[in-house]
Design a protein around this ligand. Structure first.
Ligand code: URA
Length: 209
């Protein structure tokens, strides 16, 4: 079963094209990231288990199915991952949120951790690690390892734009993990930015440049 899912949809293509445009400002950029993340979430949560419940309609009793969204945790990788949080929470409102601060050392390009705050991961918890740009894959692999060390088992990765290099790195290290992305771009440049990409997602979300 293929573990890399490029969610191919006209609305996603349309919205990403606006996000890529260098003239798109932070307000619209944030709104579009939230919208696309919701569309990705629809696909990425397809395998969540449901439990049966009895529902009384105005006509009669029937059987319904519910998702136990208290057993879902979202882990945005700070800081750009925060831009994807509301898009998931709008569909999975009772999910818990764990925070993981990682930055990329500009010389070694290795991941360095500066903040970790997770809820308890129960045995059948489903964890979604989110970062808009899956570039080298090193931060994501690092995040997966930290989350696993805290006991998480069912992990899914979500990104807005991915480079083939990053997908390969994550997929080779964690072949069991599903990766959902809205676009598979061409490659990385020599500064590990995704081409064509959209620039620095954190800077564009929070106007820090
Ligand atoms: N992080 C970003 O924000 N953009 C890239 O292109 C790569 C990593």
């Amino acid at each position: 079963m293929e573990k890399v899912h490029v969610v191919d949809h006209p609305l996603i293509k349309h919205k990403i094209s606006i996000m890529r445009n260098e003239d798109t400002g932070p307000k619209e950029f944030r709104e579009l990231l939230t919208e696309i993340t919701s569309l990705l979430t629809y696909e990425a949560t397809r395998k969540l288990p449901t439990y049966k419940t009895e529902v009384k309609t105005p006509i009669q009793l029937t059987e319904g199915e519910m998702v136990d969204d208290k057993k879902v945790t979202i882990v945005p990788i700070l800081r750009a991952g925060l831009g994807m949080l509301d898009g998931i929470l709008s569909l999975v409102p009772n999910a818990s949120v764990g925070f993981l601060g990682i930055f990329r050392d500009p010389d070694s390009l290795n991941a360095v951790e500066y903040y970790v705050k997770f809820p308890e991961f129960t045995e059948n918890h489903h964890v979604y690690i989110v970062d808009p740009m899956l570039a080298t894959g090193h931060s994501m692999n690092y995040a997966i390892e930290v989350v696993e060390k805290h006991g998480a088992k069912n992990i899914t990765v979500m990104s807005l734009i991915s480079a083939p290099e990053g997908i390969k790195v994550v997929n080779e290290a964690h072949p069991e993990i599903d990766i959902y992305t809205a676009s598979l771009d061409e490659k990385l440049n020599d500064k590990a930015y995704i081409i064509p990409g959209l620039g620095d997602a954190g800077d564009r979300l929070y106007r820090t440049k």
